[in-house]
Write a protein that binds this ligand. Structure first.
Ligand code: ADP
Length: 279
């Protein structure tokens, strides 16, 4: 064969081999992209299902207090209260349902911020001991109604760096839970002290406790244990989910020990001076 022709054929064969190899690489790349897109699509579908679940549970939770308010409004409009004290009692109930609605909407907004990565913190000096004292004053009427013996064991002041509003919500939630999940006449003991580089807080109650089988779910969104629901207490199951996020973001820890029927103790540690990475 003509050497020129042979060289031309060799050149063409090489070009063909190169093209085939490039095509193979492109095909591999396309398969990889396709897999990544399928995975992203599945994740989006899961997110969509979770969002729908969230909206459905939130709507159910909002419906109960709204229905109560609607019913009381209807009774008032139609002058259906013959007794003045009954009228006052129901107006009081409507006012409590409104408070519950506001608290619920605030919790839902917090959860939405956590989930969408928009949860902002502002770290400033905070006196934790004072915060606990102020919270127990705010919850005085609940404590009295339930005849709970509340004991505080706190130093004069206990300063850390943290987000005031968010830490207040955590302390309020743990204190309120200890009181509301303790039957009439029970005890709640709250203490706080410095332990090395942390502040350790303990919220101990002699209440209904948490069933062993449900302990793993306690920090999950919307979770309420069966005995808590039976005890006729109101709640959204969002407080501890939010508390865990807040404590984690301060570089702290939250956990509990509990025995159904005899009481629960929540432990909370918060670094006195959170690391830069947490701020
Ligand atoms: P909520 O109290 O609004 O239901 P939380 O997120 O604060 O929501 O608590 C979630 C669940 O954990 C409660 O519904 C209850 O079952 C359980 N729980 C929390 N604190 C206590 C406690 N001190 N004693 C018994 N059960 C508790």
């Amino acid at each position: 064969m003509n050497p020129d022709l042979q060289s031309k054929i060799d050149q063409l064969e090489k070009q063909l081999a190169d093209t085939i190899s490039e095509q193979r690489e492109s095909a591999k790349l396309l398969i990889r992209r396709d897999l990544a897109l399928t995975k992203a699509n599945e994740q989006l579908k899961l997110l969509d299902v979770r969002k729908s679940e969230f909206i459905s549970i939130a709507a159910h939770q909002l419906r109960t207090p709204l229905s109560a308010i609607k019913w009381i409004m209807h009774m008032l409009l139609h002058d259906e209260f013959h007794d003045e004290s009954d009228r006052k009692d129901f107006i009081q109930k409507a006012s409590e349902s409104t408070d519950r609605l506001i608290a619920l909407v605030n919790d839902l907004l917090e959860v939405d911020h956590i989930q969408s990565g928009k949860y902002q913190f502002a770290f400033v000096p905070v006196d934790i001991a004072e915060m606990v004292r102020a919270t127990t004053v705010e919850l005085q009427s609940l404590t009295q109604d339930r005849q709970i013996k509340l004991v505080l064991d706190l130093p004069e002041a206990l300063s850390i760096r943290g987000d005031v509003m968010k830490l207040r919500a955590v302390i309020q939630n743990l204190t309120e839970n200890a009181i509301k999940y303790t039957p009439h006449g029970g005890n709640v003991h709250i203490s706080a002290r410095v332990e090395g580089e942390d502040v350790q807080m303990i919220f101990k109650d002699s209440g209904i406790g948490i069933p062993d089988a449900q302990k793993i779910h306690i920090f999950s969104k919307f979770f309420r244990a069966a005995n808590a629901m039976r005890a006729d207490t109101v709640g959204s199951g969002l407080g501890l989910f939010i508390a865990k996020e807040v404590v984690n973001r301060h570089g702290g820890k939250i956990w509990f020990e509990s025995a159904e029927g005899s009481g629960t103790t929540f432990f909370l540690t918060l670094p006195v001076a959170p690391k830069e990475s947490n701020i």
